[in-house]
Design a protein around this ligand. Structure first.
Ligand SMILES: Cc1ncc(COP(=O)(O)O)c(C=O)c1O
Length: 461
């Protein structure tokens, strides 16, 4: 069979996948007796698998990525045009789309100034960690090398990124990990760790306690998701972010915000941190930057951070000696330029806000109808629904039952996600992140499918 006819023979494709592809985050035993799902086509919010089944994708490609939806020929055309002209040049030189996109991006990020390109969220975060470490060496005599991270947050899959991850099931069995990454408590008030009023401020105070315990002269940075994604869709409570900013300034701790999920419109603003009036020193982003049409990530810094890497031109080790081969691929910024134009021209930030209000209201209505819905959290088109076995005790619904709910939603033609291999005993939050183009009908269809699935799988309350 030649390659072309093979591509048209979906049975052969499924067989090839079963025989040779190692899927991410997947136990493969079931594929010994069942076919893996192979996704063949996508248009708007919908995808079709190799058997011809249609799904409404409420998770933007499974991992909150395809912000502008599937089938955008103008992105493909822009990438193609760029590739035939100049596909790649190493990052020591500039490229046309790299320069144009950097300017467009900085325009959306007042206070930020420089864009460093790479290929994945993990890599963007690694770059940031290396910047913090190098600043410690150059500015603080090797001190201020520790990086704080928060329980439940996730920053990527590489060894250092896992060392800074607050999800023990992701990290288990991959250690030992490098030193210098220190956890701070999570800020989910539904699972409150402190009594009393002003929970946001209290949760942020916990960061100060860690800094004081470790020694402020040893702490260089803190990395935080603006709204935690895979750890349970956690919107920090009122008062949290201003206090975090205050603490960072007080102890000269760089504030690194991981916008890999929230960035590029997911929450109804260009960036999640912009809801909270925070001024970061470093921002990382990936998934929605080009909506999955090309691999691209960015580590964005203030001019003040950037300046620290060029203030001694005589020092051969004084600049950022990082390298990212594929950070020089022009497909990424070429796709990202069109992606950003689409978000602007189609008013997708506004749509994410309006549809987010509708989705939030629909999910809260489900909370009224189903005792199993313990908490509903989110912003824009980014929502989590925490399922509990008992509302009073807030005991989490067993993971296997949550999985059944997700499967029952899928059986109704809607793809949703759930917290997966993150926190022991707490993989109990349904995750929703439809593309920013979602219509009222799409939102209602998603809520309707979840309603039916909860009624089928869990005793309605
Ligand atoms: C908040 C956050 N940061 C970083 C990453 C890592 O991104 P990547 O998988 O592109 O390396 C992820 C991936 O899900 C994420 O959710």
């Amino acid at each position: 069979m030649n390659e072309m006819s093979r591509r048209n023979d979906l049975g052969a494709v499924i067989a090839a996948d079963r025989a040779h592809v190692w899927h991410h985050l997947s136990q493969h035993k079931p594929y010994e007796t069942a076919d893996p799902r192979v996704i063949v086509d996508g248009k708007g919010l919908r995808v079709w698998d190799a058997t011809g089944r249609e799904f409404l994708d409420a998770v933007s490609g499974g991992v909150w990525t395809v912000n502008v939806g599937y089938g955008r020929t103008r992105i493909a055309d822009a990438v193609r045009d760029q590739l035939v002209r100049m596909n790649f040049f190493a990052g020591s030189a500039g490229t046309v789309p790299g320069a144009v996109y950097a300017e467009m991006l900085i325009d959306k990020m007042p206070g930020m100034s420089r864009v460093y390109y790479s290929n994945s969220g993990s890599e963007a975060n690694e770059k940031a960690y290396k910047m913090v470490r190098q600043i410690a060496h150059r500015r603080h005599g090797g001190r201020k090398w520790k990086i704080l991270f928060r329980e439940r947050d996730y920053h990527g899959t590489t060894i250092a990124a896992l060392a800074s991850g607050g999800q023990p099931e992701r990290a288990a069995q991959y250690g030992p990990f490098p030193d210098g990454f220190v956890p701070v408590p999570h800020c989910l008030d539904y699972r409150a760790q402190w009594d009393g009023p002003d929970y946001g401020r209290r949760a942020a105070d916990a960061i100060e306690e860690v800094i004081l315990r470790e020694g402020p002269d040893t702490v260089g940075a803190i990395v935080l998701e603006p709204i935690t994604a895979g750890g349970g869709v956690i919107v920090p409570p009122e008062g949290y972010w201003p206090r975090v900013q205050e603490i960072c300034r007080k102890y000269e701790v760089l504030l690194h915000i991981d916008e890999v999920v929230c960035g590029l419109g997911r929450t109804g603003a260009w960036f999640g941190y912009q809801h909270f009036g925070v001024e970061p020193d470093i921002v990382t982003m990936a998934k929605g930057v080009a909506s999955g049409y090309a691999a691209i990530s960015c580590t964005v810094t203030t001019e003040a951070v950037f300046e620290m890497f060029k203030d001694d031109a005589a020092d051969p080790l004084g600049y950022f000696r990082d390298i990212s081969t594929f950070g020089g691929c022009t497909a990424g910024p070429a796709a990202a330029i069109e992606n950003m134009r689409i978000i602007e021209e189609e008013n997708l930030l506004e749509n994410a806000r309006a549809m987010g209000v509708r989705l939030g209201a629909a999910l809260r209505a489900l909370q009224e109808r189903h005792a199993v819905v313990g908490d509903v959290r989110g912003r824009g088109l980014f929502w989590g629904v925490e399922l509990v076995a008992d509302r009073a005790s807030r005991d989490p619904l067993p993971e296997a039952v949550v999985r059944d709910v997700v499967a029952a939603v899928l059986a109704r033609g809607v793809m949703i996600g759930m917290t997966n291999r993150s926190l022991p005993g707490f993989n109990n939050t349904l995750c929703l992140s439809p593309a920013l183009i979602a219509t009222p009908e799409d939102i209602d269809a998603i809520a309707h499918a979840i309603d039916g699935a909860l009624a089928e799988v869990c005793a309605a309350g």
